[in-house]
Design a protein around this ligand. Structure first.
Ligand SMILES: Nc1ncnc2c1ncn2[C@@H]1O[C@H](COP(=O)(O)OP(=O)(O)OP(=O)(O)O)[C@@H](O)[C@H]1O
Ligand SMILES: [Mg+2]
Length: 251
């Protein structure tokens, strides 16, 4: 299996606090990697380390390597802006831009210089379809994105990420606070999207990793405790702490 990301002895610090401890991990191409673990275990830090979003955080330092297609993303020649274009991110709180549904989707592509009407129209339809939102909004593309429900806004945000045509999609608890139907739509979308994209899904809903992730990594206090095929993690993990966590008996 081809690795999209390769982490080697990767550690992350906020000031003197070590949030990630010497992580070694391969993230395979065109699969979904689920990241689980209790609050404060370093899940978000891990995710933000993959597109260097932590660079902007005061006091952040790191050691070790993260390679994307073999290239060191923290290397001097690697452009962080280009990195974030290749590695898109969806956050927990869906925030549509205060503009139409259509303009929400084409905002990023316009910034990148795409402005042919037919190209933009096509991008809007394909991105909204891939985010499982098209059928719900195709008759009101000119109405405000802010008038959509929370679950629809999250799918609109996913469509915005897709419209930028990334290689990797990072998601940080994308369905926290969403109703079960919207959650299922996001999960269905991710399952389709992994045919084209590498996906890293941080979830505080352990069962969600069980449903959609091909492999799952369990983090605890900044350590990668265990990483394996999802089925193995949920049925027969190697570590006692993993077993306790996935069965809800974590002390
Ligand atoms: N900007 C920051 N400055 C200082 N410490 C931070 C910062 N962000 C996170 N931390 C600390 O790093 C550790 C890991 O935090 P992180 O947000 O990565 O955890 P998490 O697993 O995403 O937790 P949650 O499930 O609550 O989202 C925690 O101890 C946290 O307090
Ligand atoms: Mg987090």
């Amino acid at each position: 299996m081809k690795a999209k990301f390769t982490l080697s002895r990767f550690s992350a610090y906020y000031g003197s606090h070590r949030a990630l401890q010497q992580i070694d991990l391969l993230i395979p191409t065109r699969r979904i990697l689920g990241i689980i673990g209790p609050a404060g275990s370093g899940k978000t830090t891990f995710l933000r380390s993959l597109n260097r979003l932590n660079d902007l955080t005061a006091g952040f330092r790191r050691q070790g390597e993260v390679r994307l297609d073999g290239e060191d993303i923290y290397g001097a020649e690697f452009d962080p802006i280009a990195l974030r274009r290749r590695v898109g991110m969806l956050f927990a709180l869906p925030i549509a831009l205060p503009m139409s549904i259509y303009e929400n989707v084409v905002y990023g592509p316009r910034m990148q210089g795409i402005n042919t009407r037919s190209q933009l129209d096509q991008l809007v339809e394909s991105s909204l379809r891939a985010a499982f939102l098209w059928d719900e909004v195709k008759d009101r593309l000119k109405s405000s994105g802010l008038r959509l429900s929370g679950g629809q806004q999250q799918r609109l945000c996913l469509a915005r990420v897709l419209a930028l045509n990334p290689e990797v999609i990072l998601l940080d608890e994308p369905t926290s606070g969403l109703d079960p139907i919207s959650t299922a739509k996001i999960e269905d979308a991710l399952t389709m999207l992994k045919e084209q994209y590498t996906i890293v899904l941080v979830t505080n809903n352990t069962m969600q990793a069980g449903r959609v992730a091909d492999a799952t990594a369990f983090f605890f206090m900044g350590e990668l405790i265990e990483h394996d095929e999802t089925k193995k993690i949920f049925t027969n993990p190697a570590q006692q702490r993993t077993l306790e966590y996935v069965t809800g008996r974590f002390g």
